[in-house]
Design a protein around this ligand. Structure first.
Ligand code: EAX
Length: 325
């Protein structure tokens, strides 16, 4: 009877240690400032997880570059000095070449395709692969489709871009895209307002919310709706840290982050029409119907590029290209 009692207590203890939500403090990094897509995900996640864990889990958001560039944030996540981050797809492809697949130009034609692929098994393949570089990939949120702005001239066709100095993310594939489009691409970490203002660069490309939140309408006259790239964020945790959490805590974090991501994507999409109107009212001259076929044909041979020759990368690219035909 006594032995049975001890066993019973042990079983109860094991159950509790496996189900209790760990008391943890999470440092979460984003490079952008409040109001930005990344911050909306971060704040929603903080709200959900603190509520559900009854504040056992506390989140401190480090934003506006207080932890350095996106590359530097990712390095801190690898070392577990920062536990979580919402980071734009661009800088990821220097950590895991599989990320360059999603940065492929004109890959997703619409949001449904993006959601289906990224929330499905192909997205899961990329998230899993990140473990090799020390990240626990949780899910995807979004910047949105990227558009070109510049301060020199209206752009309708790739020829109009010739020689423009366009800032690109620190990503080999983004650099290659703008080289192929005839620009002089300048890789540079975020933020870039000062460089645009001083004319160190002529233009940049980003989704509409960036032009509004970062007030690019003050310093960029022309915008072209090129939608050349669906810009995603990967919402990650430090793998080293993740492995210290019990299953129940992991599950709660995973679910809260996914809900935050879905909330943010919807929020972002619902605001685009108003943003376009706002930017025009602020005086931006917008080319809404550029010659997209001409842009596409400049990057048509991209799957033969060196970046995509690694068999693992090529295999994922072919699967996604097939699924997005
Ligand atoms: O989200 O570096 C970039 O162009 C990103 O899109 C930026 O972090 C805004």
């Amino acid at each position: 009877m006594k032995r049975f009692g001890t066993l019973f207590i042990m079983v109860i203890m094991i159950c509790f240690s496996n189900t209790a939500i760990a008391a943890v403090k999470i440092k979460l990094g984003v490079v952008t400032k409040p109001g930005s897509a990344q911050n909306i995900v971060a704040e929603k996640f903080q709200e959900l997880i603190e509520q559900r864990s009854k504040t056992n889990i506390k989140v401190q958001i480090f934003h506006s570059g207080s932890l350095g560039s996106e590359t530097e944030i990712l390095q801190q996540v690898q070392m577990n000095t920062v536990q979580m981050a919402i980071v734009t797809g661009g800088p990821f492809d220097t950590f895991d070449s599989l990320a360059s697949v999603i940065n492929y130009p004109f890959l997703f034609k619409n949001y449904t395709q993006a959601d289906t692929i990224l929330d499905g098994p192909l997205g899961a393949e990329l998230l899993k692969s990140l473990e090799e570089s020390g990240f626990k990939g949780l899910c995807f949120s979004e910047n949105g489709f990227r558009n070109l702005t510049n301060n020199k001239r209206p752009i309708k066709r790739p020829e109009d871009i010739n020689g423009l100095k366009i800032r690109v993310m620190v990503s080999p594939i983004h650099k290659a895209i703008w080289q192929a489009l005839g620009a002089n691409p300048v890789p540079m970490p975020w933020p870039i307002y000062t460089e645009l203002k001083q004319g160190v660069i002529d233009g940049q490309e980003n989704p509409l919310w960036v032009m509004e939140i970062y007030k690019f309408y003050e310093i960029q006259k022309y915008m072209t709706l090129t939608r050349h790239d669906y810009s995603y964020h990967i919402d990650v945790a430090s793998l080293q840290w993740w492995q210290t959490l019990n299953a129940e805590t992991q599950k709660m974090i995973q679910e809260a982050m996914y809900e935050a991501a879905v909330f943010q994507r919807k929020d972002n999409r619902s605001k685009n029409a108003a943003r376009l109107k706002f930017l025009k009212e602020k005086g931006m001259q917008v080319e809404e119907h550029p010659d997209i076929d001409a842009f596409r044909s400049r990057v048509a041979g991209f799957k033969d590029m060196d970046i995509y020759q690694d068999p693992k990368v090529q295999a994922l690219l072919i699967k996604i290209l097939d699924a997005t035909k």
